[in-house]
Design a protein around this ligand. Structure first.
Ligand code: GLN
Length: 548
């Protein structure tokens, strides 16, 4: 551990899931940073998968990818968007990883003679993961989010591990926060504290004494409610924080918590210096977010459109881009299969002209459901001069559309969707004989992308090379490069080691840029990603020119 005596803040959740633990802990991280402290954050997920990489977005929402290529919970996205923490695979821990490590050690003979048990072996491994993060850099705080809800069987070893840490380090180094729900009985219009009382009681039975309660409720807590919760849950009234449902934006949450003294309470607990926090850049973002100018309407054409969280980072990055352009973001979520293939039977033209959109974004995805609908949306954008941003699968489908309709390669496809395509313009690396690929089956994490001088991408980024994060198996088939370039598709981003295609653009189109990587993972409210910022700018311009 570093010499600074890192402090640990553990957050548990009560009553039910989806209360926004991830955003609340990210907000606390942001507030502590604004007092000048350095933080890191860990998500502990009590499921047995090693990581969410193989889970369906229907199960888990988006898979967030870190710089070092870990496939993680989407809460890490909030941590990175709200704070400056450098997150890696160490910051995402699952029950699966813990058991896997312990069982491997057992097979290796490291526990010879012992019975391997949940306590102490599993709990020790959990503690080790937390202390490993604390040993990094010059941290002041490690914030740990325990996934799931108190009372779930799965999270018991995690709760026991954090109990032990509190026991070992004492309250001067550890603080427990509990996020809970105060439901409203709609007919009576009354807020109810009983579920919270039970949840705190359950935590206490496991040896955790929460010092701060974050109470999620539809309306603010009255002073009477606060004192009732304080009395029954054994905390001071000041430490009952009202976390009301925010309808406008999650970015309002840090300020809401700060106004109730959340960060002060935390710093007082640790007897640490409080400063007058500086929210400079954050305030700049909030000011623009609250007072937008014109609307910008972006169609996101995807497969998991009905779920809020499947394209979380895309939606956030679009918002950052819109705010940077002082515009209000309106997202039209288009289910490519239902809407374009079934209802409009690939007639994207009819659909989009009816729905007056300013720009189209085609996000990443796996599997062939809905791909022809996406290709028709890309065709519409390309031929009508509508700004198009293709990401990962979006790039691959744009290459297919271009190969079919500009280069005359009938039946062009990706090997992922049509293994016997006569023109597999997208294929696996091992299928491309020119390259010897030694990696795993997926290209994951940050790779270098050299931007071609004079390209639009280079101008937008304002630099000659970038590091961007990947999560895909397939690539543009390099032997088609010349044919595609003759049709005037420009390969504007290239990986210098492998020559793989990282980004493409159509020079004569107002804004047609696609990336094999996922730029959305690196966009932050105070540092919007250049491609998202410029895509929104171009979309606004497109909307204006259409009106005039
Ligand atoms: N299915 C494609 C591939 O594996 C694209 C993946 C993605 O969009 N993340 O390459």
């Amino acid at each position: 551990m570093n010499d600074k005596k890192v402090k640990f803040i553990f957050i548990t959740g009560g009553v039910c899931s989806s209360l926004g633990k991830g955003i609340s802990i990210a907000s606390l991280g942001m507030l502590l940073e604004s007092h000048g402290y350095k933080v890191s954050l860990i998500k502990m997920d009590p499921y047995i998968n090693i990581d969410p990489g193989t889970m369906s977005p229907y199960q888990h929402g988006e898979v967030y990818v870190t710089e070092d290529g870990a496939e993680t919970d989407l809460d890490l996205g909030y941590y990175e968007r709200f704070t400056h923490a450098n997150l890696s695979r160490k910051n995402s821990v699952t029950t699966g990883q813990i058991y896997y490590a312990v069982i491997q050690r057992e097979r290796h003979g490291d526990y010879l003679g012992q019975t391997v048990q949940v306590i102490p072996h599993i709990t020790n491994e959990i503690k080790k993961r937390i202390f490993d993060v604390a040993a990094d850099d010059d941290l002041d705080f490690v914030l740990v989010e325990i996934g799931g809800t108190v009372g779930d069987m799965e999270s018991i070893p995690f709760i026991e591990a954090i109990r032990q840490i509190r026991q070992e380090l004492g309250s001067s180094r550890v603080l427990n926060v509990h996020l809970t729900l105060i439901p409203t009985i709609t007919v009576a219009g009354e807020l109810k504290t009983k579920p919270t009382q039970h949840s705190v009681k359950e935590l206490m039975e496991m040896g955790i004494i929460p010092e701060i309660l974050l109470c999620r409720s539809a309306s603010p807590l009255s002073p009477e409610m606060r004192s009732k919760i304080a009395l029954f849950c054994n905390v001071s009234e000041r430490n009952v924080i009202s976390a009301i449902d925010i309808k406008s934006s999650i970015y309002e949450i840090p300020e809401m918590l700060h106004q109730q003294g959340y960060d002060e309470i935390v710093l007082e607990h640790f007897k640490m210096t409080k400063t007058t926090p500086s929210f400079g850049e954050w305030n700049g973002f909030m000011g623009k977010l609250r007072n937008p100018g014109r609307k910008v309407k972006i169609a996101v054409v995807g497969k998991y459109i009905s779920l809020q969280d499947s394209y979380r980072s895309i939606y956030e990055a679009l918002l950052h881009g819109a705010v940077a352009n002082e515009a209000e973001l309106d997202i039209l979520r288009v289910d490519s299969e239902e809407v374009l293939e079934k209802k409009f039977r690939l007639n994207a033209r009819a659909y989009f002209s009816k729905n007056r959109i300013d720009g189209i974004l085609v996000p990443g995805g796996f599997g062939n459901r809905g791909i022809e609908g996406k290709i028709s949306a890309i065709n519409y954008a390309r031929t009508e001069g509508i700004p198009l941003f293709g990401i990962c699968l979006g790039l691959q489908l744009s290459v297919i559309e271009f190969a079919r309709n500009v280069c005359g390669l009938a039946g062009a496809n990706s090997k992922e969707f049509d293994p016997s395509s006569p023109h597999p313009v997208i294929s696996l690396l091992i299928e491309q004989e020119i390259l010897e690929w030694k990696g795993g089956t997926m290209r994951l994490g940050a790779y270098k992308c050299v931007l071609v001088p004079g390209s639009k991408a280079a101008a937008i980024y304002g630099t000659d090379s970038v590091m961007e994060r990947h999560r895909h198996r397939y690539e543009v088939t390099l032997k088609y490069r010349e044919t595609l370039e003759k049709g005037s598709l420009r390969f504007c981003g290239i990986n210098p080691q492998t020559e793989l295609i990282e980004a493409i653009e159509i020079p004569e189109h107002p804004w047609f840029i696609c990336t094999q990587y996922h730029p959305e993972f690196k966009s932050r409210p105070i540092a919007p990603h250049p491609l998202f910022r410029d895509f929104i700018r171009a979309s606004i311009e497109n909307g204006n020119s259409r009106k005039s």
